[in-house]
Design a protein around this ligand. Structure first.
Ligand SMILES: [Zn+2]
Length: 62
């Protein structure tokens, strides 16, 4: 596993204000009640907030 591949920062956390790539905030949980059998949620890896949003929706994103 390498860390040389650049990842596009696409999401920001409204709670702690940090920015992340999608793979950092994306989590897939089993969800037996859905047709797909899983549910995707976005969780901030720093503060645990469920408020990561696309950077286009984050005020003052640079
Ligand atoms: Zn956060």
């Amino acid at each position: 596993m390498t860390f040389t591949e650049p990842h596009l920062i696409t999401h920001g956390c409204l709670n702690c204000g940090r920015h992340f790539a999608l793979h950092q905030v994306r989590q897939v949980h089993p969800a037996e009640h859905t047709p797909e059998g899983e549910a995707e949620v976005l969780v901030c890896p720093v503060c645990g907030s469920y408020d990561p949003v696309p950077l286009s929706e984050v005020p003052n994103a640079s």
